[in-house]
Design a protein around this ligand. Structure first.
Ligand SMILES: [Zn+2]
Ligand SMILES: [Zn+2]
Length: 356
């Protein structure tokens, strides 16, 4: 089968021929229906000089961690899944710790290697996944659902953390309308009632946020803070979801948040935010997140299958994966780019890179 593999750090991956793997105990082999590509893949390819110690990534490794597909083979010990079942893949926690017991598999301290992050990932015709990380699909095609597992789930988890604040007279700011942020705009509308301000540098990204129902579009420039202040009631906003996470964007969030508001930093951008007395208004909180839980992914899939959430996707064949990453690197991907192996494309239509 074809697989897009990283052979050495800071060296572009290559599409090569490798054997189809066999599932071990508790694993399933999936026929890949689509794999969304992510900024964190760019960090892995462009910036990493070694594996983070907790992942122990050994090269070569097939990249791709936003996976949808069909069950092809169930390994020993796997029950309750049938061949042909469409599904997506989420992080499998250890299943034994207090985080897992509470349903927070995404914060499991024993998370370890996952497909695309230590284990071979989804930019291939087939991929192995732990059965514990499989979430079945009903009506969505795997390529449509793949972005829900990372971009969608990270956005949904961030929104869930601030849900009680999203009252009709409240204001929520979404910074960064990329793969995650465009889904956050849709999710805020589906599960909350707050007015939505979208902030981005790119006019195309703001246009997309407007199409998806953001109430106000604010360009990221020298006047952003004043523009948000003008729109917010009582001089500050209840919620900021920061999908950039740079020192600049967190600083902006801290200046526009109101007392008792919540800033959720999902992005992992450069720079720093200095905390000191009065760096945040009284009662305001700032938190980070990592992904979302399996239960949240099940809910998100249900939301999408009911037609309340439709990721904006550009599709590329696996043979064009390098070109898709190049467009992501240049900031030219609107919504999410999903890579589909040739011949595995289900009901998709449209040409390469066209939004659908
Ligand atoms: Zn990712
Ligand atoms: Zn655990």
């Amino acid at each position: 089968m074809k697989a897009y593999r990283l052979f050495a750090w800071k060296t572009p991956p290559r599409l090569v021929e490798v054997p189809v793997p066999e599932p071990g105990f508790g694993e399933v082999l999936l026929k890949v229906g689509g794999n969304g590509i992510c900024q964190s893949d760019l960090h892995l390819m462009d910036d990493w000089e070694a594996s983070p110690p907790h992942l122990d990534v050994q090269l070569p490794m097939t990249i791709g961690h936003e996976i949808g597909g069909w069950v092809a083979v169930c390994g020993p010990g796997v029950t309750g899944l049938e061949t042909g079942q469409p599904c997506v893949v989420t992080l499998a926690g250890c299943g034994r710790c207090r985080y897992c017991a509470a349903g927070w598999n995404n914060y499991c301290p024993h998370l370890g290697k996952q497909p695309g992050m230590g284990l071979d990932g989804g930019l291939a015709e087939y991929v192995l996944a732990p059965a514990a990380g499989i979430v079945p699909l009903d009506t969505l095609e795997p390529w449509q659902a793949a972005p829900l597992t990372d971009a969608g789930l990270s956005a949904y988890h961030a929104v869930r953390r601030v849900l009680p604040l999203l009252a009709p007279a409240a204001t929520a700011v979404v910074i960064g309308i990329g793969g995650l942020g465009h889904l956050a705009v849709m999710i805020l509308q589906a599960v909350g009632a707050a007015e939505i301000i979208a902030v981005d540098r790119s006019p195309a990204a703001l246009e997309l946020a407007g199409e998806l129902g953001a109430d106000h579009l604010v360009p990221a420039d020298a006047d952003t803070e004043a523009a948000i202040r003008d729109l917010a009631r009582d001089g500050g906003v209840e919620v900021v979801l920061d999908f950039v996470g740079s020192g600049d964007t967190v600083g902006l969030a801290a200046r526009v948040i109101r007392p008792l508001g919540q800033i959720v930093v999902v992005g992992r951008g450069p720079g720093s935010f200095a905390f000191r007395d009065r760096a945040l208004p009284y009662g305001a909180g700032l938190s980070t997140t990592f992904g979302g839980s399996k239960l949240e992914l099940m809910d998100l899939v249900a939301l999408a299958e009911r037609g309340r959430l439709r990721p904006r996707i550009s599709r590329y064949p696996l043979s064009r994966v390098a070109a898709a990453y190049e467009r992501l690197r240049r900031g030219e991907v609107v919504g999410r780019a999903v890579i589909v192996p040739e011949g595995h494309d289900g009901a998709g239509t449209g040409g390469e890179g066209e939004p659908q």
